[in-house]
Design a protein around this ligand. Structure first.
Ligand code: GDP
Ligand code: IMO
Ligand code: MG
Length: 429
């Protein structure tokens, strides 16, 4: 009963969409279990480039059933827009299933996301502004709206009115904004009802039955380990569990089914938004990585902060997620560098840390301790076997593998589908 997970080992944008696409038709179901349209997963297929936000990237593979599970927060306007845009490009989206228990992002969540960030000023998190945090806050606060509520107008009205009673006070009295009319929100949500009706079901049961029949289910995380609400660099995180535990609670499938945990990790590191990032580069090396790696956000277009590979973070991700395989992406971006530094530990006010410090202030003040590796000048984008790679690139991969706590099973040498070196198959068949 194979269930696989793909998540990010760093701060997002590692190439999860691309890794999902690698598994292609060996998968029967692809499940998004956390986050919402804060994610931006890019898949390049020939001349076509797709950017997926709310939908799992597996939707691009013919025959795969995409599932938006209970742990996701769904902006229905974005969902329908994304479905229409993909349909227009010839992608079959007819199989999509959405959990009746998933929560919805409404206009007041988007508004609150923006005004709270503005209010935080210099202390802002740098969110994507999509309403993710406020929607999850309502879920935990037990004043959220679920997909199933849209099918009972009476319940929907009660819930929206209850949610806005408090929020409108906050919006008007604290943020000096106009109150939101519950009727507008209700009308907006009801307007999507008939279009989503055929997609809504008990996705937990659907996936349970699929696994019982021996189908392969792939969980595709949004965000990544260091952005996880529990295990990331809190409060500079997203509001959901992107780690492997999130796939269990976020989908209603029991943990024993998860037999492969794949973490995607870049051959260097990037981060969007605020928060600690020990290996961040503020010099021309950072600009070089940004330019060579085209490090600009898929969702917001923001330039990504860039830095060197951080081995304790990869090791942390391996431990938290139970990683069985790493997919190392963007190795090609490092071609041409004379030496490549890798962070092997941190110095915090004179004290050495070999692992990610548990105390957030220590992590904020961590200075990386680097080990330098010799680079390579060859273009590696046509390498398909490990032995095709220059010796220094091979040694770099083997050193990262040794330091990162799990085997490196595939290596990205370019954004295209076939630009990959597979060392160990990612599925058992
Ligand atoms: P995700 O959010 O984890 O799915 O990652 P994004 O799609 O936001 O960012 C990853 C970017 O790297 C995308 O533009 C991919 O096309 C690109 N990419 C993925 N793997 C490779 C690789 O091995 N080499 C290069 N040059 N680009 C890659
Ligand atoms: P993918 O799936 C990179 C970051 C935001 C911000 C913080 C909180 O493409 O890897 P949120 O809007 O979630 O409340 O923002 O998390 N963030 C991401 N960074 N990749 C992502 O997704 C991200 N999703 C959220 O920039 O710092
Ligand atoms: Mg992304």
């Amino acid at each position: 009963m194979p269930a696989l997970l793909i998540t990010g080992a760093q701060w997002g944008d590692e190439g999860k969409g691309r890794a999902t696409d690698l598994l292609g038709s060996r998968v029967d179901y692809v499940v998004k279990f956390n986050g919402g349209n804060n994610a931006g997963h890019t898949v390049v297929v020939g001349d076509e480039k797709y950017a997926l936000h709310l939908l799992p990237s597996g939707i691009l593979t013919p025959g795969v059933t995409p599932v938006i599970a209970n742990g996701v927060v769904v902006d229905l306007e974005v969902l329908l827009h994304e479905l229409e845009a993909l349909s227009a490009r010839g992608v079959d989206v007819s199989r999509l299933k959405i959990s009746a228990n998933a929560h919805v992002i409404t206009s007041y969540h988007r508004t609150l996301d923006k005004v709270t960030e503005r209010f935080l000023g210099k202390r802002q998190i740098g969110t994507t502004g999509r309403g993710i945090g406020p929607a999850y806050a309502d879920k935990i606060n037990r004043v959220g709206i679920r997909i199933q509520d849209i099918f009972d107008e009476n319940i929907l009205r009660q819930k929206v009115e209850a949610a806005l009673e408090f929020k409108n006070q906050v919006l008007v009295k604290i943020y000096n904004r106009r109150a939101i009319d519950p009727e507008e929100v209700i009308a907006d949500l009801l307007s999507y009802r008939e279009r989503i009706r055929p997609m809504v079901c008990d996705t937990g049961l659907l996936l349970h039955n699929a696994l019982k029949e021996g189908k392969t289910v792939l969980y595709e995380a949004g965000q990544a380990t260091m952005l996880d609400i529990d295990h990331g660099t809190y409060p500079f995180v997203t509001s959901s569990n992107a780690t492997s535990g999130g796939a269990i609670t976020g989908s209603g499938v029991a943990p024993q089914h998860l037999d492969r945990v794949i973490a995607v990790v870049k051959a260097y590191a990037t981060r969007v938004g605020s928060g600690p990032f020990p290996t961040e580069l503020f010099d021309e090396s950072g600009d070089y990585l940004r330019k060579q790696g085209f490090e600009f956000g898929t969702t917001t277009g923001r330039p990504r902060r860039c830095g060197w590979y951080d081995a304790p973070i990869a090791r942390y991700a391996a431990r938290i997620n139970g990683v069985t395989d790493f997919v190392l992406t963007k190795l090609d971006v490092l071609s041409g560098l004379e030496t490549i530094p890798v962070c092997v530990g941190y110095d915090v006010k004179g004290e050495r840390f070999d692992e990610v410090p548990v105390n957030q202030s220590d992590f904020h003040h961590a200075t990386p301790i680097y080990q330098e590796f010799p680079g390579w000048s060859e273009d590696i984008s046509n390498s398909r076997e490990f032995s095709d790679l220059p010796k220094n690139a091979q040694d770099y991969i083997l050193a990262l593998e040794e330091m990162s706590g799990a085997r490196i099973s595939a290596i990205g040498v370019g954004p295209e589908r076939e630009q990959v070196v597979v060392r160990h198959p990612l599925t058992d068949d």
